[in-house]
Design a protein around this ligand. Structure first.
Ligand code: HEC
Length: 181
């Protein structure tokens, strides 16, 4: 009968530690590497943040796989913004392209416009962006919508639904439950 090789307890301990890490942080060891011009600097509350502390995306596999926040942002964008801003943030005859807007607007500006609305009403046109500040379906996911559009704006995520995504973290669920009430 063949004897099983003796297992090295140090190796087992480090494999378990790696597995535990991977479970806590869905991105695993390469969690702070993304395609595109912006690299995540840290993960906080289940979100990727850039070096300035603003929410950012993590995209891998040649643009096919996104972090959960970007996926959530895609879904929320399609539920709340697409009617006016068109598919994929590309704009429509009625409302401007958000892919272009995010090349100028920083994170606080974006959140301010979505919460407070924006209007450009004159004799020639009547452009009204509604205020979503009281709408939990938007405001509880505002960072997600931002990172999705940021990824679109940086050209890292193409049109349509991302093919794959990282799992939803416990921290994301906790934030969602607390915010949605
Ligand atoms: C009812 C139509 C409508 C909906 C729904 C809507 N928007 Fe808008 N949005 C507009 C219009 C029109 C403007 C342009 C307003 C202006 O020029 O003053 C605008 C402007 C904006 C701007 C500023 C763009 C720039 O060029 O600086 C942002 C950011 C924005 N919208 C984000 C969103 C997001 C995110 C959602 C979904 C949560 C959303 N909008 C839903 C109509 C809409």
């Amino acid at each position: 009968m063949r004897r099983l090789p003796k297992l090295n307890p140090v190796l087992i301990a480090s494999a378990l530690a790696l597995a535990a890490n991977a479970a806590a942080d869905p991105g695993g060891a390469d969690a702070l590497t993304s395609e595109g011009p912006v690299q995540p600097a840290k993960v906080e509350g289940g979100k990727y943040l850039d070096k300035d502390g603003n929410p950012t995306y993590r995209v891998t596999d040649g643009g096919r796989k996104v972090d959960w926040n970007t996926m959530s942002g895609y879904l929320r964008y399609n539920a709340n913004c697409i009617a006016c801003h068109g598919p994929d943030g590309a704009g429509s005859t009625y409302a401007p392209s958000l892919v272009e807007a995010l090349k100028r607007d920083d994170y606080p500006t974006f959140v301010g416009i979505v919460a407070g609305g924006k209007r450009d009403v004159n004799a020639a046109q009547e452009l009204v962006m509604p205020a979503f500040g009281e709408n939990k379906n938007v405001m509880c996911y505002i960072d997600d919508i931002y990172v999705y559009l940021r990824a679109r704006s940086d050209g890292v995520v193409g049109r349509g639904r991302p093919a794959e995504h990282e799992p939803r973290s416990e921290a994301f669920k906790a934030h969602e439950d607390a915010c949605m009430g």
